[in-house]
Ligand binder design. Structure first.
Ligand SMILES: Nc1ncnc2c1ncn2[C@@H]1O[C@H](COP(=O)(O)OP(=O)(O)O)[C@@H](O)[C@H]1O
Ligand SMILES: [Mg+2]
Length: 245
């Protein structure tokens, strides 16, 4: 589904991502973990076209998509969320997801229908799936942080991605919110047959859901494999214990 080949990015000579390669097979749930500053967000931005790599290629569904604009990648089936939420705060929860449907599918033949009615059923079904149906009429900016993250997930899913990249989906959440959120993401991925790639700085969060984990440290891959292998890797333990000191 997705392959990174030697991806690199420098900012004024500082190598934030220093030659990263990995593959994500179709249907997989994969995580990129690493301490703050490891290069996770930069790596995501390279994959999703928000940043142009200094070196390396991005292969998506067998096609070289390096340097392709984010909206074109989105149309090809690559969805993403952001570490900081990316919603329209003054629109309602319903309107945010509806707007995503309209932008993705267009107005179709409904030229005379009022915009408020477009994709009403689809929007409600999706809000139900992400657990926000009871908040459909609320102004998005007033949702809790966890609620805004759920909404962001709904917006991303309205664009009908084949692969979904989530950048620290549980950032800033309480332990309980994190647990619920991870369970929701895992369920949605299963139900919708999605390939999932997400980043986390907290190692424990990903163990319950990821099938493969790639560990990034100072822009490089230091370990890769099944959760149990990665957890017992001496280099990984050193990096994470070092962070806590
Ligand atoms: N636009 C930028 N300009 C300069 N340095 C940047 C920029 N974006 C990120 N960095 C640096 O690159 C490193 C990796 O950052 P980031 O990818 O955000 O890490 P992570 O998401 O793993 O916390 C950090 O040292 C950060 O300060
Ligand atoms: Mg980040």
């Amino acid at each position: 589904m997705l392959e990174a080949r030697g991806l690199a990015k420098s900012f004024d000579g500082f190598q934030a991502v220093a030659g990263v390669s990995f593959t994500v097979p179709p249907g997989a749930i994969s995580a990129i973990i690493g301490p703050n500053g490891a290069g996770k967000t930069t790596l995501f931005n390279l994959i999703t076209g928000h940043l142009r790599p200094t070196a390396g290629r991005v292969i998506f569904k067998g096609r070289d998509v390096t340097g392709i604009a984010p909206h074109d990648l989105c149309r090809l089936g690559m969805g993403r969320s952001f570490q900081r939420t990316n919603i329209f705060p003054r629109l309602t929860v319903f309107q945010n997801v509806q707007a995503a449907f309209v932008s993705h599918r267009g107005r179709g033949w409904n030229l005379l229908a009022s915009v408020e009615r477009l994709y009403g059923q689809e929007t409600e079904a999706l809000l139900d799936a992400v657990g926000l149906l009871d908040k459909a009429g609320e102004v998005s900016g007033f949702l809790s942080h966890g609620g805004q993250k759920q909404l962001e997930l709904g917006i991303a899913l309205a664009l009908e991605p084949e692969i979904l990249l989530l950048d620290e989906p549980t950032a800033g959440m309480s332990a309980a919110e994190t647990r619920d959120s991870i369970a929701l993401i895992a369920r949605l991925a299963r139900e919708r047959n999605l390939t999932l790639l997400f980043t986390e700085h907290d190692m424990e969060v990903v163990f319950s859901i990821a099938q493969t984990i790639t560990v990034l440290h100072q822009g490089r891959v230091i370990a890769e494999g099944a959760p149990a292998e990665v957890r017992s890797d001496p280099e990984v333990r050193r990096v994470y214990l070092g962070e806590r000191r």
